[in-house]
Design a protein around this ligand. Structure first.
Ligand code: ZN
Length: 274
């Protein structure tokens, strides 16, 4: 590292065994999905010793000074992690562009993992600042970890929508994981949905898109039979260009699965309004 990095490197070398052991603990927790059981300290009190002779401040400085503000080796790691994301925030199904690194375990409570790459997830500003600031203390309260959690969370549908016969037509989103998931998996999907406020955020995104689809149906798509219109909507639900459980594909899946929507004549609201 270069001279600009104003951290006491010798102190970290002296405590290397503690850092190595913390990395091992994080790895084991990631296999067992038990991050909530890792050593936790209260917010504040920067001088608190967290391992060996290392204080909380020593560890969080490592992130803010050596990693974020430097141009040395640690910054290169930071930049590499950012690039991994392909620009899509993994927490909100890609609503936001990745612009920051999130500490999956917040550094205010888990300072030992301040610079651990597997604890750093590229995400959007809204997910970083909007999620609940405390990490759940129980296994079922933990949100999803994009690096370690089972593929099923990302490859099976667990976010659904419900369409409302209103003027304009509206959608609400909810979490409903498959029945064959374990109670813990189902609970964690719910926790993730709530933590990242996805119902509200997805709803805001969907409003404009839904209006656009209704407008297309009134004009260029007006001659399509209901079945053909449904096929058109299914295309939007199966595209690989956005996340399966993101707002967009869930919207199209919901529209395609809603018979009255496929059959409605939007030039005659009485055909679908209750
Ligand atoms: Zn996000």
């Amino acid at each position: 590292m270069e001279a600009r990095v104003a951290v006491n490197q010798q102190k970290y070398r002296d405590n290397q065994q503690h850092i190595v052991s913390a990395i091992g603990d994080y790895g084991a927790a990631s296999q067992a999905f038990t991050w909530c059981g890792l050593p936790r300290v209260p917010r504040g009190n920067e001088g608190q010793i967290v391992a060996g002779t290392l204080s909380k401040k020593d560890m969080t400085d490592l992130y803010s000074i050596a990693m974020v503000s430097s141009s040395g080796e640690a910054r290169r790691v930071y930049d590499e992690i950012m690039v991994r994301a392909n620009g899509r925030c993994p927490f909100c199904g890609g609503i936001g562009q990745t612009s920051t690194l999130d500490h999956f375990l917040p550094k205010a409570n888990f300072p030992l993992f301040s610079v651990l790459p597997s604890n750093l997830v590229p995400c959007c500003k809204d997910c970083n600042t909007g999620k609940s600031s405390s990490f759940g203390t129980q296994a079922h309260e933990q949100p999803l970890h994009p690096y370690f959690d089972a593929a099923k969370f990302f490859e099976q549908r667990w976010v659904h929508g419900q369409l409302h016969r209103s003027d304009p037509v509206s959608i609400s989103y909810f979490a409903a994981p498959p029945e064959d998931w374990t109670p813990l998996e189902r609970a964690r999907a719910f926790a993730h949905f709530v933590d990242y406020k996805l119902a509200g955020r997805f709803g805001i995104q969907a409003g404009a898109e839904l209006a656009k689809v209704v407008d297309q149906r009134k004009r260029s798509l007006r001659r399509l039979q209901a079945a053909d219109f449904r096929d058109y909507l299914m295309d939007g639900a199966t595209t690989n260009s956005s996340d399966l459980n993101g707002w967009n594909r869930t919207l199209y899946a919901t529209l395609a699965a809603t018979a009255w929507f496929c059959e409605a004549d939007f030039n005659d609201p009485s055909s679908y309004l209750p």
